[in-house]
Design a binder for this molecule. Structure first.
Ligand code: GLY
Length: 254
């Protein structure tokens, strides 16, 4: 079993304690027999509830001052759930988790909010953060005792982007990817991540024989130094995190 967690590329070590707390929550769940999806989602909920991070309660604001969040959950059993441009939901990762079990895999805007309400999630005003954020996201990749791997990510996006803008976090293959023996989550400027299909391409490097650490460095090398990017990943045998900026992250494994 293992879990790797990040608190966003570009974030300082001042919030490392929040990432450690979230990793401990996910690890304890795995140790108690939880499945990878439950552990990854619970870990991300802890970070969404910590307003120092750009997700959930601490999400950044759009050009009009509103808060819209994106989230995604995927499992290497083939399930995928995504919620985008979601307002008034403190834990968007829980909406993405519910979508995983539907016969569609993504909802956005009002439809996502209506769906959340219909599934018992109570909307609440999310004030968001006044802090200008440049692409931070929170994420977790977990592998449970059965070997299943799940990825969960959540973000407030990038400060000052327009209403309705959707970043990389729910972009399958861009902001997250999982397949047999691999799970990857990205953080940073969403457009840069999506345009390069970053997580899928990094996974291909692992399939071609690179170690996780080498593959993450390969992914970072696709970018100039002023484009803030971070990655976390698990395989069947290891976990890793890397960023071209500061990025709080934590790994637990047995
Ligand atoms: N990586 C978060 C975003 O760009 O939306």
């Amino acid at each position: 079993m293992r879990i790797v967690v990040h608190g966003g590329a570009g974030h300082t070590g001042e919030v490392q304690d929040g990432v450690e707390t979230a990793a401990d929550v996910g690890w304890k769940l795995l140790d108690e027999g939880a499945d990878a999806i439950s552990a990854a989602v619970a870990t991300v909920v802890v970070l969404e509830d910590d307003s120092r991070f750009n997700a959930g309660t601490g999400a950044c604001r759009r050009t009009d001052g509103s808060v819209q969040t994106d989230a995604a959950v995927a499992c290497n059993d083939g399930r995928l759930g995504r919620a985008a441009a979601l307002e008034d939901i403190a834990n968007p990762v829980q909406v993405a988790r519910l979508v995983m079990d539907e016969d569609f895999d993504a909802l956005a805007g009002k439809g996502a909010l209506d769906y959340a309400r219909s599934r018992g999630i109570t909307p609440a005003m999310v004030a968001g953060s006044e802090k200008p954020w440049a692409g931070d996201t929170v994420g977790a990749v977990a592998q449970d005792a059965s070997g299943a791997i799940a990825v969960a990510s959540s973000t407030g996006g990038v400060s000052g982007r327009p209403v309705g803008r959707v970043g990389d976090t729910p972009h399958w293959g861009g902001g997250l990817w999982t397949d047999a023996g691999i799970g990857i989550a990205a953080t940073g400027i969403g457009e840069a991540i999506s345009r390069r299909l970053l997580c899928f391409r990094v996974a291909q490097q692992v399939a071609d024989g690179l170690s996780l650490a080498e593959a993450l460095e390969w992914g970072l090398a696709l970018y100039p130094a002023d484009v803030c990017i971070g990655l976390i990943a698990l395989s069947d045998s290891e976990g890793a995190g890397a960023s071209n900026a500061s990025m709080p992250w934590a790994l637990r494994q047995d």
